[in-house]
Design a protein around this ligand. Structure first.
Ligand code: ARG
Length: 500
């Protein structure tokens, strides 16, 4: 009896510990939500989105998004009393961001097309453009009809993508222009199709590439604004007309073509160590690029820790509901709800869940991406955690419950004091594994343009055109965290073994 008392005491402690953790977690979550939603601006904010790998129109330098598009939009903001906020995202997500109200304007060298017009409004055009072909200089026998039976790379969702698909073949689609260029340089494709001005910048930067003179298309760039914002569209058009008339537009473009032609990472002809040293400097030191990894690491850890906590809470509730139903036949309705949840969440990819939560559920709300990510990964992890905990509960002898009940404990008390602690002990290794999987799974957060660790590496890669070092650095950081975490788990397990 004394033994039961002391173990009941321990369980009470662990129960209040659990309660404290839950309260702490909720408090932290709402604090995060609050700071995320708070606006400090006096001037109204204009949120612009772009895909900043498109010099001279938009690019990232020293952590800032700069280029002709930001310059024009900033001027429009100044003339209309707005404060500008710029966000970088994949080109494929830009139109949807404006359409769903996540952004006020997309400025990203966007070509006016009929199809896009059905989703968003375009301002008056501000620049002429065309698609051009880039090849390797060594390809001396280039023929246009070869595009029909040789791989061609393009940026996903662009007019280059549509053009190649319509006239030649299914292109190789990459998320960003630097990857398009890299695929050409590393001979994965025969040619690349890119907008003229970025193609000129790339050709100047990469002496091994050749820009063919003939344009494939004739296009016009305009800014994209939600169809529900005719007022904003009107303001943009009026200001653009003024800027055209007073020469500002022309000046911004001419200056930009010189200023934003990009830094030439000329290849160095040096020995292995010399080259490695040089690459390390370019990838991590120049422009303080290591910051992308540090900041990304912080975000990855934040998202992982809170998702684990949310997943535990959810998983615990679902597991108890389901096993209570299995053991006592109660809660039929809740059991059914839990089953649907488990089926849907475990039956669909986490990236899709993340995108649905971001673009559909929080579609028209301006919620911080960190909250969106924690919500998505927490809900996802909850499903797996639930099944792990339930397995732990069901693996215990039914006699345990009867023993608890015959000691006069209620079903709830038996669950909390006898069953759950044992179940948790048994499934600790499986839970630990789930956390490790979750940590690595958060690497898809870049799909909603959250700048986590993986995305940090991507940003460096897209600026330095070097794949090896940024990817290695990211991999090593994940590995180190997982190893550290495994060690902690091992220690926890050993302790539990001893306690037993
Ligand atoms: N002009 C092309 C289009 O509208 C490509 C634009 C790509 N822009 C960018 N920032 N990556 O489809």
């Amino acid at each position: 009896m004394a033994e039961i008392n002391s173990s009941a005491g321990k369980e009470r402690n662990s129960r209040s510990g659990f309660l404290c953790a839950t309260i702490l977690f909720c408090a932290a979550f709402f604090a995060l939500l609050f700071t995320a939603c708070k606006k400090t601006a006096e001037k109204p904010v204009l949120r612009m989105v772009c895909n900043a790998n498109f010099p001279p129109y938009e690019l990232v330098m020293d952590g800032k998004i700069i280029g002709i598009d930001p310059d024009i939009i900033r001027e429009i903001c100044d003339r209309n009393g707005y404060q500008l906020e710029i966000e970088n995202m994949s080109f494929g997500a830009i139109i949807a961001a404006v359409q769903t109200g996540k952004a006020d304007v997309a400025a990203s060298g966007i070509t006016i097309t009929e199809e896009r017009k059905t989703k968003i409004s375009f301002t008056d055009p501000y620049a002429d453009a065309s698609q051009r072909i880039l090849i390797r200089r060594e390809t001396t026998d280039f023929k246009l009809e070869n595009l029909k039976n040789h791989p061609v790379s393009v940026q996903e969702g662009t007019t280059a993508d549509m053009f190649v698909q319509k006239h030649y073949r299914e292109p190789e689609r990459y998320k960003n222009i630097p990857e398009v260029i890299q695929s050409l340089k590393t001979k994965k494709v025969y040619a690349a199709v890119v907008d003229q001005e970025p193609a000129e910048v790339e050709a100047a930067k990469n002496p091994d590439l050749l820009l063919l003179p003939d344009p494939l298309t004739s296009e016009k760039y305009a800014f994209a604004i939600s169809r529900e914002r005719p007022d904003l569209l009107q303001k943009f058009n009026v200001t653009l007309r003024q800027m055209q008339a007073d020469g500002t537009l022309k000046k911004i473009k001419a200056d930009g073509q010189i200023k934003y032609a990009g830094d030439k990472n000329a290849a160095v002809d040096a020995g292995f160590w010399e080259k490695l040293k040089n690459d390390l400097r370019i990838n991590f030191i120049d422009g303080k690029r290591y910051r992308y990894l540090l900041d990304g690491f912080g975000i990855t850890m934040l998202v992982t820790v809170f998702s684990i906590l949310a997943g535990l809470l959810l998983g615990f509730l679902v597991a108890v509901t389901r096993s209570t139903h299995d053991l006592t036949g109660k809660y039929t309705f809740f059991d059914a709800v839990c089953r649907v949840y488990l089926t849907v969440i475990r039956g669909t990819p986490v990236v899709i869940q993340l995108l649905i939560i971001y673009f559909v559920i929080f579609g028209s709300h301006n919620v911080s991406k960190i909250i969106v990510a924690i919500t998505a990964f927490g809900i996802n992890s909850g499903a797996y955690t639930a099944e792990i905990i339930r397995a732990g509960i069901m693996s215990l002898d039914r006699g345990q419950i009867e023993a608890g009940r015959s000691l006069g404990l209620s079903y709830r008390m038996t669950m909390l004091r006898i069953i759950l602690p044992q179940a948790l002990k048994n499934v600790l290794p499986a839970l630990g594994n789930e956390f490790i999987v979750l940590l690595k799974e958060t690497s898809v957060a870049g799909f909603i343009a959250l700048e986590d660790l993986t995305k940090g590496g991507d940003i460096i890669r897209s600026q330095t055109y070097n794949a090896f070092l940024p990817l290695m650095a990211v991999a090593v950081i994940y590995l180190a965290v997982v190893m550290f975490f495994s060690l902690l788990l091992k220690k926890a397990e050993e302790k539990l073994q001893k306690n037993r």
